[in-house]
Design a protein around this ligand. Structure first.
Ligand code: SF4
Ligand code: SF4
Length: 368
């Protein structure tokens, strides 16, 4: 199986701002081109495009191609589950909407501290195991948005999970909040094949500062900016699939061109990526170095550097996963809005950041 997967979460629209208005005609053309190049993996989810992604996929793929000619992944929305019976109801609905009798890959969607607890409480792991035994899904796994430590715990307790889907890209690799590298290392430790999501961080690593574009183009004017980010993840051991949420035919043509016979990054290219990461990080809003000197002593237990990291990342583009990370964090920590402005933290900040003021900005974005 070729390593590029068609993510069906940022599909072309006929009406800007209306996620349900999927441009079916264009999607069909994109799917045709993708398959014609020999790629077969498609990734949808119950909630993508407010429930319309599965239906659009059905029209583009299931109703136009033999079932065995493509590989289909779908996800159980763990965050919507209120009782055990919800699993079967939603799964039946998914089969119906997709027009299939089985999924090749089936994921517990967005595990993190909160959804993991819910999934245990309502028997989600047993449910997907049962689906596999019944032949309704071929492979079971989960997508993950939280700390590497929790990933380690989940994989240790649930060896039946066959693969894991992680957010990995060069800007999140050493992030103290996303923990791409740490999560990747945990997956390797448990010998779990990895599906990469957000390789271009929702477009962030396409819309990079001009200086970074020049860096890439000077090395190879033919290679797109996106190709650097995608090939970065394709160069990692044990990554068997990279999902790209494609929105137009040009992106499909570009992505498939270098993923047809993907060439891992060479040392010089890795060095360029390191420089690009540095430039992007230097363009960030809050110059927090994540030293954590400020954290101890905060009466509200606010995870200051983690919030700043999320805020810095959102300046490129606010992704739904940023809110998920924020939500997970505030299960056990104070919110940005909880700050009482005592400034105890600021006495310890070597970067002299006006923490209390900056938290107000964080709050405007995430506490709404
Ligand atoms: S100013 Fe806010 S973040 Fe800083 S220690 Fe006080 S409550 Fe915590
Ligand atoms: S002390 Fe300053 S630089 Fe260090 S983590 Fe806190 S805000 Fe960031």
């Amino acid at each position: 199986m070729k390593k590029l997967g068609f993510g069906l979460m940022r599909l072309p629209l006929t009406e800007e701002g209306n996620p349900q208005s999927i441009n079916q005609e264009l999607l069909n053309k994109m799917v045709d081109y993708f398959l014609k190049q020999g790629f077969t993996y498609f990734d949808t989810a119950y909630l993508y495009h407010q429930g319309m992604s599965e239906l659009a996929m059905r029209k583009a793929l299931v109703e136009r191609y033999p079932r065995e000619s493509f590989v289909l992944a779908d996800k159980m929305p763990t965050f919507l589950i209120k009782k055990n019976e919800d699993y079967q109801r939603i799964f039946n609905e998914q089969l119906e909407k997709c027009g299939v009798t089985y999924f090749d890959y089936y994921l517990l969607h967005t595990l993190g501290v909160k959804n993991y607890a819910k999934t245990i409480k309502h028997g989600g792991f047993d449910f997907v195991k049962k689906l596999k035994e019944e032949g309704k899904v071929k492979h079971i796994g989960f997508s993950f948005h939280d700390k590497a430590e929790l990933l380690d715990e989940i994989l240790a307790k649930h060896p039946e999970m066959e693969f894991v889907q992680l957010q990995i890209n060069y800007i999140d690799w050493d992030s103290n909040i996303i923990e791409s590298r740490k999560c990747y290392e945990v997956a390797l430790k448990h010998n779990k094949p990895i599906i990469v999501m957000e390789p271009v961080k929702g477009g962030t690593l396409v819309n990079v500062p001009e200086e970074v574009v020049k860096l890439f183009k000077n090395y190879n004017p033919e290679m797109s900016v996106a190709s650097w980010a995608i090939r970065y993840t394709a160069s990692l051991e044990n990554v068997f699939m990279i999902l790209s949420g494609m929105s137009n035919l040009e992106q499909v043509i570009d992505n498939t061109s270098y993923m047809l016979d993907v060439v891992p990054l060479n040392d010089e290219e890795k060095d360029i990526i390191r420089k690009a990461t540095e430039i992007i990080n230097n363009n960030i809003a809050i110059p927090c170095t994540a030293c954590e000197y400020c954290v101890e002593g905060c009466p509200k237990k606010i995870p200051i550097p983690k919030f700043f990291s999320l805020y810095n990342q959102k300046q490129f583009r606010l992704e739904p996963s940023h809110r998920t990370y924020y939500y997970n964090l505030i299960q056990h920590h104070g919110k940005a809005a909880d700050c009482i402005g005592c400034k105890q933290c600021e006495q310890h900040c070597p970067q002299h950041i006006a923490i209390a003021e900056q938290l107000k900005e964080v709050s405007k974005v995430f506490d709404v």
